[in-house]
Design a protein around this ligand. Structure first.
Ligand code: ATP
Ligand code: MG
Length: 912
């Protein structure tokens, strides 16, 4: 039985029991009244949307409903790769709102599971759990078990709130809402004979833990409203009337049968990934890799499964309008895509984005039932591709560093990786902790997560404080790092006030071809907050100048990237050097940085306050600013924004930096902060008059006049809902203007005019070219009219007793073509003359038949009707003359070609 057949069978069974089909809810948990369920991230069960029905605050049209509900369970993500848990699965459910209750629900379940007409499962292979002393449920199952020859006590187990109350762990951890005891149904999947009548609860618990019993279905007896408080935590009997939990106005039924889970049982499979819906996805993966089925239990097998599961979940999330982000649902989605990418990249060998291609396998397997996979294909594919591309960039940098560090640790026979190093990976490369953890554990390394968290917390506080903080920071535990005995843990940053300083080399670390050098203090700005790292030189006392081609920081240490190989690290350590930043380059960066602040403020003024920064890059040559805005900016909007920034530049406003401002004060002043970013209590705020206030650690101009000219060079889409502006300032903008004027001058020179006169000159030239073409066409037509015999003959073929003359005139005046047709047809009684022109992009046809041709059976009107149809049009007319129009200019030749055949039928000869 396929998954599709099982789904349909379930729905049909309950239809036969008076249920109506009801649409599934979105994965974003909106209920039937359209309210978002704030207690949940995702719809994880069929009942979620029905809470208002259970509570009696909204009434269904029908008291018995059935659904097939897509579910996402984030808690199960870590179990992916086992044989029974998916992060996305379909749940079939029958619901009763104050209609039937426990006895009827159990009877339905029993019939569907065991009746030959439905699933026909062997009752000996079934077992049932109930909530503690729910005698009613016990008796109902016993009622069915006994006649089947099964001792009820050998098949019914009593369990606690963890598994047999809905929601699970309701009393200790569950969200408030409709709840009640439940009863789960299990299937014996073991190869061994199913147990006999002497089977006990202890046996059951042991076998269930060993995976011999697999849960397939859960009947929930909704009765109470759990309110999230626990009157008496020691009272395990909570959940019964006597405990005073508020009762709902009526008793209801909510059941959930795992579609994918049950398909394992019916197919006799070992794993959920063997069911049919996954096969097209695996086929796509294997086809792309050019590989076969991976060996059972291999890394490749696990990777394929993770990719298939996560891709499915991610795609359904996107189809329901969720986009990757840094919080909530968006973050779950991002993690899913990242984990799938990682498996694809590291284990399956995909070096290019691949998820959007494998997506086609999902469409193949589920697109027929879930048409949104097809309707939303473009958005899903784009989102997958963008997110994967972004993450791959992060990945390659981080993976390289991590591999080096692990090698070094292995060389030192160490198996624990430091939390601060993991933090550095996150801080410098945006490498997520869970991925670092995963890679480390695969290679047998351990990681101190507390140390990571401490480093994270510390860095957050410190990065918001002004420099000068001397708190010792643990620094980076990296392989082979040389550290001066008295090295401070923290680099003092001097770059806000200067570009030149004496400093001491306190740490050195080999990196690729070069070295990373840390100083006790430095004027070099380290890449952060979008601003690129400084370049410059470190000069040794002997005059050797080491070029610095980037500066980064991890935690509180600033690393100068020095490419010189010759230098011996040991000699460098402890030296006093002169650190000089390339000032001109820094100035260009500053201009772009302050301009970025002005740009953000101008965008918010022009487009609205929904504009929020979604990313930025501030370099020496240009700036890039990504922001949330749902549609492309119009040329007028772009001009207004650009003008507003330039006005601010001309006003030469002073840029004021508040170094150690209480965050509340900054907020009160309306300072822009980055969404989702954690700030400490004291912040650095950059203020430009009354126009802009932002929390920022970057380097700025003193007055806005230093920016010079601000020029937007492009506006484009960066991701869905995110626009990107690229702009230039100062010399860059000046160079750009020079370049543009030069181009204009050259263009004007070609037309022998001045740049100012360029547009009219181009208009004249274009007009003249058109005129020239018209003249040529006219001449050509005229020559055809007088026509030499050979030229005419080449357009003509014999079709039985008549001659077919045809010609595609292309884009010419239809009147001219009509004249040409008249000329071609003149004094040719046995000729069918057929011509086409394309006017305003649409084809037109003219046909004339001579008297003999008409006698032979030719009919201009009928011929054109068929011919024009090929070009997407129609028409008709008299036997001797007709015109017709079409829609598709690309089909004209084909239509003319077909005329011979059509004509042949008319005059009664074979087509060839
Ligand atoms: P389990 O104990 O097996 O994790 P559960 O008790 O969490 O399951 P329920 O909340 O009772 O599951 O959900 C009802 C049904 O949904 C289950 O009986 C099972 O068939 C199916 N199901 C639950 N979780 C998953 C999952 N992660 N993947 C596939 N099917 C699932
Ligand atoms: Mg369950």
């Amino acid at each position: 039985m396929t998954v599709r057949e099982l789904r349909e069978k379930y729905l049909r069974f309950f239809e036969s029991k008076g249920h109506q089909r009801f649409p599934a809810a979105s994965l974003v948990p909106y209920d039937v009244t359209g309210r978002l369920d704030e207690s949940l991230l995702f719809t994880g069960a069929g009942m979620i949307q029905f809470k208002p029905f259970f509570r009696g605050v909204a009434r269904p049209d029908h008291l018995r409903l059935i659904t097939c509900q897509p579910c996402v369970r984030t808690g199960d993500i870590d179990e992916i790769g086992d044989d029974t848990h998916l992060s996305f699965f379909e749940m079939l459910g029958n619901f009763s709102f104050g209609d039937y209750f426990k006895a009827q629900a159990i009877a339905f379940s029993w019939e569907f599971l065991t009746d030959k007409q439905w699933l026909g499962l062997d009752p000996r292979r079934l077992s049932f759990s109930i909530f503690e002393d729910d005698e009613e449920a016990y008796n109902e199952w016993a009622f069915w078990l006994t006649p089947a020859g099964l001792e009820p006590a050998s098949r019914i187990v009593r369990l606690g709130e963890e598994s047999n109350y809905w929601p699970a762990n309701a009393f200790s951890a569950g969200p408030p809402g409709p709840c009640g005891p439940n009863s789960e149904m299990f299937y014996w999947t073991s190869k061994e004979e199913p147990p006999g009548n002497d089977y006990t609860q202890e046996d059951w618990v042991r076998d269930e833990a060993a995976g011999k019993w697999v849960e397939i279905w859960n009947d929930v007896f909704i009765q109470y409203e759990w309110q999230g408080h626990l009157k008496d935590p020691s009272n395990s009997k909570l959940g019964y009337e006597k405990d005073g939990m508020p009762e709902l106005p009526f008793k209801s039924i909510d059941t959930g049968m795992g579609l994918d889970r049950t398909a394992i049982v019916l197919g006799g499979h070992k794993s959920i990934y063997e069911i049919d819906v996954f096969q097209p996805i695996f086929a796509k993966i294997r086809g792309l890799r050019g590989a076969g089925v991976p060996p059972a239990g291999s890394r490749e097998e696990r990777a394929e499964r993770i990719v298939a599961d996560h891709l499915r979940t991610a795609s359904f999330c996107i189809a329901d309008g969720i986009l990757p982000g840094n919080t909530g649902r968006g973050y779950v989605l991002r993690r899913l895509i990242r984990r799938a990418t990682l498996q694809g990249q590291r284990v399956l060998g995909f070096n290019e984005p691949f998820l959007h291609i494998v997506y086609e396998g999902l469409v193949e397997s589920m697109g027929d039932f879930y048409t949104s996979l097809i309707d939303q294909r473009e958005m899903i594919v784009e989102t997958l591709r963008n997110e994967e591309t972004l993450f791959r960039r992060t990945l390659s940098n981080g993976l390289r560093l991590l591999a080096e560090q692990m090698d070094a640790l292995i060389a030192q026979r160490k198996s624990s990786y430091s939390g601060t190093a993991a933090f550095q990976l996150y801080d410098t490369y945006g490498f997520p902790l869970e991925i670092t953890q995963e890679i480390l554990s695969e290679s047998g390394f351990t990681l101190n997560v507390e140390a990571y968290e401490a480093a994270l917390a510390e860095a957050q506080i410190r990065s918001r404080k002004a420099q000068g903080d001397t708190s010792a920071y643990g620094g980076v535990t990296a392989a082979e790092e040389l550290t001066a005995d008295d090295a401070p843990g923290f680099t003092t940053f001097l770059g806000y006030s200067g570009v030149d300083a004496e400093a001491r080399v306190v740490r050195i670390r080999p990196a690729g071809e070069g070295l990373l050098v840390a100083l006790d203090r430095t004027p070099f700005y380290a890449e952060s907050g979008g601003q690129t790292g400084d370049h410059g030189t470190l000069t040794l006392p002997d005059g050797t100048a080491l070029p610095v081609d980037n500066t980064t920081k991890s935690g509180g240490t600033f690393w100068h990237h020095v490419s010189a190989k010759e230098i011996e690290p040991e000699k460098l350590l402890g030296q006093t050097v002169r650190a000089q930043v390339l000032g001109a380059r820094r100035d260009r960066i500053r201009r772009n940085h302050t301009a970025t602040h002005l740009l953000q403020a101008a965008l918010r003024q022009t487009l609205g306050t929904h504009v929020a920064q979604a990313g930025s890059y501030v370099g020496p040559d240009n700036l890039r600013f990504d922001f949330t805005h749902s549609k492309a900016m119009t040329p007028e909007e772009i001009e207004r924004v650009e003008r507003s920034v330039n006005e601010q530049a001309l006003a030469n406003t002073e840029v004021t930096t508040y170094v150690d401002l209480p965050i509340d004060e900054a907020r009160a002043k309306g300072a822009m902060a980055l969404f989702g970013e954690k700030y400490g209590d004291r912040v650095r705020m950059v203020e430009i008059g009354d126009f802009s206030r932002e929390l920022c650690g970057g380097i700025h101009v003193r007055t806005t006049g230093e920016i010079g000219l601000f020029k937007i060079v492009s506006e484009s889409s960066a991701a869905s809902g995110v626009r990107r502006i690229e702009a230039i300032t100062g010399e860059g903008a000046y160079e750009w203007v020079l370049e543009e004027t030069k181009r204009l001058r050259e263009a004007a020179a070609l037309l022998k005019t001045s740049p100012r006169e360029l547009v009219p000159a181009i208009e004249r030239t274009v007009e003249a070219a058109k005129e020239e073409r018209r003249r040529r066409e006219k001449a050509e037509m005229a020559s055809m009219g007088g026509g030499t015999a050979t030229a005419e003959r080449s357009d003509a073929i014999d079709v039985g007793p008549v001659v077919l003359w045809r010609r595609n005139f292309g884009d010419v005046d239809p009147k001219l073509a009509a004249n040409a047709v008249d000329n071609a047809a003149a004094a040719k009684p046995n000729q069918v003359t057929l011509a086409a022109v394309v006017s305003n992009g649409k084809p037109q046809f003219i046909c004339k038949c001579g008297t003999d041709a008409v006698t032979a059976g030719a009919h201009a009107g009928n011929l054109l009707r068929e011919v024009a149809k090929i070009a997407g049009g129609g028409g008709g007319g008299r036997p001797d003359f007709a015109t017709a129009g079409g829609r598709d200019a690309g089909k004209v030749d084909e239509a003319l070609e077909a005329a011979a055949k059509i004509l042949a039928t008319m005059v009664g000869v074979s087509a060839d």
